[in-house]
Structures are given as structure tokens and as C-alpha cells.
Design a protein around this ligand. Structure first.
Ligand code: SF4
Length: 422
């Protein structure tokens, strides 16, 4: 690719007003002909970030030094794609505009410096698990009499905004649900007391509790009913925990860390069971389970047929992608806990992670020197951002996009009645 890179300055008859720069949506190269410019949005955003009034437009063309001279200077970079078509970017600025010219030179130089042949490695896994998607589908089917949504659906904020626009209203508790309204329980379930209160109030309920969550709830009740203390390996801040702890409150203890596994007290060390909260990657839970098993030799383990692998598969997909990448762009909002968690997984693989919420967050230094750029979507990723990233990177050198997914399927069990996976 580098052999075909051409960095040139043309003169052009482009009408420009002082203070502005025109980023080419496509342009006609005097020798190479029509040039595709997929990375134009990155340069336009970079110029705007630096205070330049950048607009996008088609540049009619330009002349190389020695040809007819116009009032605009076009900074153009081109290379030849695999099919010999021309790809690149170009920015025009009025030749008298020295300040903007200097910024344009800087920006064009910065993005020229990251041109290279590369792979975009995509962790091709949906941030919303099957249970959340099932809940969203149930809410959408209530079209016309949108339910009150009790608790977080753990869905993309843009999807939630659509639901709200259709009439769905998020509520914190049942006091906020009018008697005539329908209330929907989220995929991660609600405590038994909430179910009982909804029934006592005579509310119409859409129960979107994930079948796997229901199974684990039932398992906790059964284990506690047989006299065991149930050690629930999970996280206090996870939406599923409250409804699981509530199944047998006096017999269930949340264990979040190895330290807590070392310190947790039980009434009878010979009657202990361990259950992993669904929604927690097994890679996180397994060391805590192992510590509990080594402490309590008589521990009753959860039947592995009731494990949820959604979070584990997502974790494995991200880690696998990150391990093979030189840098990872996490699509999502910087204040989103999920985006920060995914970025944390990437960093534990020893790779830099940058959370990008829009194209203007992508900086040339993020991908400088990287031949393999990883990417994945957090729950807050704006719709289409991964596709936009793929598009703009295809304008910074020949690009192949490859996906990587880890998927666990339950293919056999001695248990004959396993609830269908969502
Ligand atoms: S149990 Fe798994 S699939 Fe079901 S809602 Fe929780 S994370 Fe999603």
C-alpha cells in the first residue's frame, strides 16, 4: 500500500469563504481520477475539534503545480486499493487563509501518518443478551398499551428511547403504576415481595423474567428448602442480585470477591450450596466458587445446566478479540458502566482501550502503528457506530473486517427438563 501513497498539494477553483475548510466527500484526482474518501468524516471531525469551520462537499478537481491556478489549495492524499481504484482524503482551504491552512496541514499530516493495511477485528457479540432481547420483544408486542417498565431493562439507551416514545414509562416501584396500567417485570426478575404486591394490587403483569433466571430462583428456593445456606456468587450492583437474594433471604448470602469467600460465615459448614448469579461471566465467578469449594468440602454445587453463558460468551469474545488486537475501540458512552467494564476487560489483556461514542472521539493516535484494531459494542453504543467505524477505517488503508465470537451451547445433560434458552 505504501508504494502507492501519494501526498500532494493542488490548486483548485473552489469557492471558499475565509475561515472555512472543505473536506472532500469525493474528489477528482488529476491523474488517478475519481477518489473515494471513506475517512472524510474523521478529518472533518478533527478539524471541527480544532475550531475550524469544516464542511463536507464534493471537490470538482484540481491541478498539479504548473497547471491553471485557483484561489483554493487542496491537500490531497491518495493510495490505490486492491482493485486499483483510488482511495484517500482531501481538504481544500483558501490560499490566503494561513491559520486554517496550518491546521489543515496538521490534520492531513496526522491522518496520513496512520495510513496502513490493517484488519478490523470485531467481537461480533450483541451487548444485549437473549433475555433482554426477549423482554424488549415482549414490551414491543404490548404496542398500543405500553406497560410501565419496572426496573432496568439493561438495553441500549437508544432502544429504550424508542420504547419510551411509543409510550412505555419506566417506574421505580409499584406505587408509580396506576391501577389500570400494565406493569412489566424485567429479564432479571423482581423480588417475591414485589410479585406479591403486584398481585395484591390486582395489576396486570407482563412477566419478562428470563427463563434461566427463573430456574436459578427456583434452585435457590429448593436448596434453601433442603436446609442449605446458599452462597450466591455475584455482584451487589447487578440487577439480578436483589431478586435472587429474595428467594430465600434468611438462607442466602451474597459472595462477591475472593476475600469475601475467605470470610463468609455459615451456620453449618456441612450444609452449604453455591450458586452463580446469571449475568456474571463464569471467568469472574469460577475463582470465587473454587475458593468456596476448597473452604467447605461438603458444598453442594449448582447444576451446570442452569448456568447462563451469555455474559461468559460476551466476555470470552471480547477477550479473544482483544488478545489478537493491538488497540481496541469500544463503542459506547464514556459514562456507561458496561463500556467501562468492557474497556477494563481489554486492558487486563494488556491492550489499550478507547471508549468512543461518535466518530469525533476517534483520534489518529488511537490507531497509529496498529495493523490490527479491535472493536466491540457496549450496551450504550449508538446504533450504527460499529458500521461507521468500519467505513471510516476503510479509508485509512486497505482493510479487512473479521469477526470473532465465542459461543457456548448446552449440548448434553443428564437432566431431561431444561427450560429453553431465550
Ligand atoms: S440469565 Fe442470561 S440470558 Fe437471561 S437475562 Fe440474565 S444474562 Fe440474559
Amino acid at each position: 500500500m505504501h508504494a502507492s501513497v501519494s501526498v500532494e498539494v493542488f490548486s483548485a477553483l473552489e469557492p471558499l469563504v475565509p475561515g472555512e475548510a472543505v473536506v472532500a466527500e469525493r474528489f477528482l484526482h488529476p491523474r488517478r481520477g475519481p477518489v473515494a474518501t471513506p475517512a472524510a468524516a474523521l478529518l472533518a471531525a478533527d478539524l471541527r475539534n480544532r475550531g475550524v469551520n469544516a464542511r463536507s462537499s464534493t471537490l470538482a478537481g484540481g491541478t498539479l503545480p504548473g497547471g491553471p491556478q485557483g484561489s483554493a489549495v487542496v491537500h490531497a492524499v491518495t493510495y490505490l486499493a486492491r482493485d486499483a481504484s483510488a482511495v484517500g482524503f482531501a481538504v481544500a482551504v483558501d490560499h490566503r487563509d494561513t491559520d486554517v491552512s496550518a491546521t489543515v496541514r496538521e490534520v492531513v499530516g496526522a491522518w496520513t501518518g496512520v495510513l496502513r493495511t490493517r484488519r478490523l477485528l470485531l467481537a461480533a457479540v450483541e451487548p444485549a443478551c437473549g433475555g433482554t432481547q426477549r423482554a424488549l420483544g415482549m414490551a414491543a408486542r404490548e404496542r398500543g398499551r405500553m406497560p410501565r417498565l419496572l426496573g432496568p431493562l439493561s438495553a441500549n439507551p437508544f432502544t429504550m428511547a424508542e420504547l419510551h416514545a411509543q409510550g412505555a414509562i419506566a417506574v421505580e416501584d409499584l406505587d408509580d403504576v396506576p391501577p389500570s396500567a400494565t406493569v412489566m417485570f424485567p429479564a432479571h426478575g423482581v423480588p417475591l415481595a414485589v410479585q406479591a404486591e403486584a398481585a395484591a394490587l390486582g395489576l396486570s403483569v407482563v412477566d419478562a423474567t428470563c427463563p434461566l433466571v427463573s430456574e436459578v430462583q427456583q434452585e435457590i428456593r429448593e436448596l434453601a428448602g433442603r436446609g442449605s445456606t446458599v452462597l450466591l456468587v455475584g455482584r451487589a450492583d447487578h440487577a439480578v442480585s436483589a431478586a435472587l437474594l429474595d428467594q430465600a433471604p434468611s438462607a442466602t448470602v451474597l459472595v462477591q470477591t475472593l476475600d469475601e469467600a475467605d470470610r463468609v460465615e455459615v451456620d453449618d459448614s456441612k450444609r452449604v450450596a453455591v450458586v452463580v448469579a446469571p449475568g456474571i461471566p463464569l471467568a469472574e465467578a469460577t475463582p470465587v466458587v473454587a475458593a468456596l469449594r476448597s473452604r467447605f468440602g461438603w458444598i453442594v454445587p449448582q447444576h451446570p445446566a442452569t448456568y447462563c453463558y451469555a455474559a461468559s460468551d460476551r466476555y470470552a469474545s471480547v477477550v479473544s478479540m482483544a488478545t489478537c488486537s493491538e488497540v481496541v475501540l469500544v463503542a459506547g458512552a464514556p459514562d456507561c458502566a458496561d463500556a467501562r467494564q468492557v474497556a477494563g476487560w481489554v486492558r487486563t489483556c494488556g491492550r489499550p482501550a478507547h471508549i468512543v461514542n461518535a466518530l469525533h472521539d476517534v483520534r489518529p493516535e488511537h490507531i497509529a502503528g496498529a495493523s490490527i484494531v479491535g472493536t466491540c459494542a457496549a450496551t450504550s453504543a449508538p446504533p450504527g457506530l460499529i458500521d461507521q467505524l468500519t467505513h471510516v477505517l476503510s479509508g485509512l488503508g486497505p482493510l479487512a473486517t473479521v469477526g470473532r465470537t465465542a459461543r457456548t451451547d448446552l449440548v448434553g445433560t443428564a437432566v431431561t427438563t431444561v427450560a429453553p434458552r431465550p
